[in-house]
Design a protein around this ligand. Structure first.
Ligand SMILES: NC(=O)c1ccc[n+]([C@@H]2O[C@H](COP(=O)([O-])OP(=O)(O)OC[C@H]3O[C@@H](n4cnc5c(N)ncnc54)[C@H](O)[C@@H]3O)[C@@H](O)[C@H]2O)c1
Length: 263
């Protein structure tokens, strides 16, 4: 099995629509032992959704911006496993006034919250897990990106935070390579999750994917994204780091769809 004997932390599990939930499911099916994290008012939902995993697992409370929670996470995993082989960072948040076409009027504080929670937090998680990854002799970290190399409708400061997240991925790869830790991002096409539905105009993303993606993209199917995350957490990508891997049906490679006349 792909992830036999791996001990993996999966953050960002909210409902069983969460990309992270599907990563946890497939990782368990592939032999991994999993602990997930839940956040704030969503914690109860996380506790409910893990009951629907192949083997219901423990949930650790984690507000990535709360240093007490981060310290407790390291402590819990040290006692529980004494090592960690890898982790998924699936955390993002932007205040309402940082999304939805309000780009020119967004206050600095709201843009900063989007950056801290959605990009800087990858560094926070990496540092918290570093001693445990070292105990494992190295490992893999994966985050979830939405490609922001071009400006999107409505995505606004969340898009800026995603550009920062790509950069954080490269700097973490630079600094953690000596510890045999690979740091990558999976850039996903649009998937219908709670986070996605909170973006005003999210349906527009779906429409453009329908026009441009060479492979037929299904925003109700997170499996392809979750599978790639699992590959990157496995021993099958041992020399891949600092990479942004697109799992978007090929959308990023195509400038325009073929249009009605050309089929
Ligand atoms: N759904 C998409 O279309 C899509 C596409 C590309 C990338 N992504 C990214 O995938 C990741 C997971 O999102 P999702 O779509 O599965 O939605 P989701 O709503 O299921 O997950 C978002 C998670 O972020 C967590 N979170 C928010 N603030 C937090 C904090 N302060 N501390 C800890 N956790 C916090 C939430 O609890 C939730 O579990 C996000 O980074 C998102 O930007 C999503």
């Amino acid at each position: 099995m792909l992830l036999e004997d791996k001990k993996l932390l999966v953050t960002g599990v909210l409902t069983d629509d969460s990309i992270a939930w599907h990563v946890a499911r497939i990782a368990q099916e592939e032999g991994a032992e999993i602990v997930v994290t839940g956040f704030g008012r969503g914690l109860r939902l996380t506790e409910r959704s893990v009951q629907r995993l192949p083997s219901p697992c423990d949930v650790i409370e984690l507000d990535i911006n709360d240093p007490g929670h981060v310290e407790a996470l390291t402590g819990d995993l040290t006692e529980r496993w004494g090592r960690v082989d890898g982790a998924l960072h699936a955390i993002a948040f932007a205040p309402e006034d940082a999304l939805g076409g309000n780009f020119l009027n967004t206050p600095a504080e709201s843009a900063q919250i989007a950056f801290t929670t959605s990009a800087f937090s990858y560094k926070t998680l990496a540092v918290a897990l570093l001693p445990l990854l070292e105990k494992a002799g190295g490992g893999g970290l994966v985050t979830l990106d939405f490609d922001n190399t071009q400006a999107w409708p409505a995505y606004d400061w969340m898009g800026v935070a995603k550009s920062a997240l790509q950069s954080v991925t490269r700097y973490l790869a630079r600094d953690l390579g000596a510890h045999n830790i690979r740091v990558n991002a999976v850039s996903a096409g649009p998937l219908s999750t709670v986070a996605a539905k909170s973006i005003p105009g999210f349906t527009r993303f779906d429409e453009v994917w329908g026009e441009r993606s060479p492979l037929p993209w299904d925003s109700a199917n997170p499996d392809p994204v979750a599978r790639m995350v699992c590959v990157l957490l496995s021993d099958w990508a041992p020399m891949t780091t600092g990479e942004i891997i697109h799992v978007d049906g090929g959308f990023h490679a195509i400038a325009a769809g073929s249009g009605p006349d050309e089929g």
